[in-house]
Design a protein around this ligand. Structure first.
Ligand code: SAM
Length: 213
């Protein structure tokens, strides 16, 4: 079985969007306790196809025995401190990842604005590791005006390979639009999804970006 119910969210996203291809290389940010590692590894297909799944979490994670094989490994680190070069070194032959997943979220305080702010920071960090550019911010708000004029720079260089896909969990907030606007010129397709496995009371929503340009 799966080590957490969150597996069903990624299974649903995978079914709907076909994010992880056979033999893919996947970076899973906020991977504890490891259910997404299981689904990601399953999605790689048979061992001969190759591929890799690298999980990162603040917590130490033992790779689940079920649904995971030798292609999965985990690293204990704070993603907010993880440098792009370090993340790249974790990828197969240092060539980057074809998929970046972030299911990171703060320990929910119940204070809506605070949780949203941390969730937004984690999402921004995941996105900037992936694409190599950061969402423009002024104060703690995403700068909408700047965003409108922010065309992708040809030098942008994150850990995500061209054509790659990103999944980022966010809490619904005013900043969401900013994430979408930032991603639209950089990816072929940008969607939002609330998998059915998500509790109806939860404000969680997933940003799905497909096909990095
Ligand atoms: N996708 C996982 C699974 O299926 O097993 C569940 C992830 S859980 C909802 C969110 C995780 O994000 C927690 O384990 C937490 O430790 C991690 N997290 C939060 N902030 C983080 C950070 N700054 N760096 C690394 N991990 C972080």
């Amino acid at each position: 079985g799966y080590v957490a119910r969150s597996a069903f969210k990624l299974l649903q996203l995978q079914k709907q969007f076909k994010l992880i291809a056979g033999g893919a290389s996947v970076l899973d940010l906020g991977c504890a306790p490891g259910a997404w590692l299981q689904v990601a590894c399953q999605s790689l297909g048979p061992l001969e196809k190759g591929g890799a799944v690298v999980g990162v979490d603040l917590k130490k994670v033992k790779v689940p025995s079920h649904h995971c094989d030798s292609r999965v490994r985990t690293v204990c680190a704070d993603v907010m401190d993880l440098m792009k070069s370090q993340a790249r070194e974790l990828s197969p032959q240092g060539k980057g990842f074809s998929v970046v997943l972030s299911d990171m979220c703060p320990v929910v305080s119940g204070i809506t604005t605070k949780d949203s702010a941390i969730s937004c920071e984690l999402g921004k960090r995941a996105l900037s590791l992936a694409v190599g550019a950061s969402l423009p911010v002024s104060g703690n708000k995403i700068d909408e005006e700047f965003l409108d004029s922010s065309e992708p720079d040809s030098n942008e260089d994150g850990v995500l390979r061209r054509g790659g896909n990103v999944v980022i969990k966010l809490l619904e907030s005013e900043e969401m639009q900013g994430f979408g606007n930032f991603c639209k010129p950089r990816f072929k397709k940008v969607s939002w999804s609330r998998p059915k496995a998500t509790r109806s009371s939860s404000r969680e929503i997933y940003l799905i970006c497909q096909g990095l340009r």
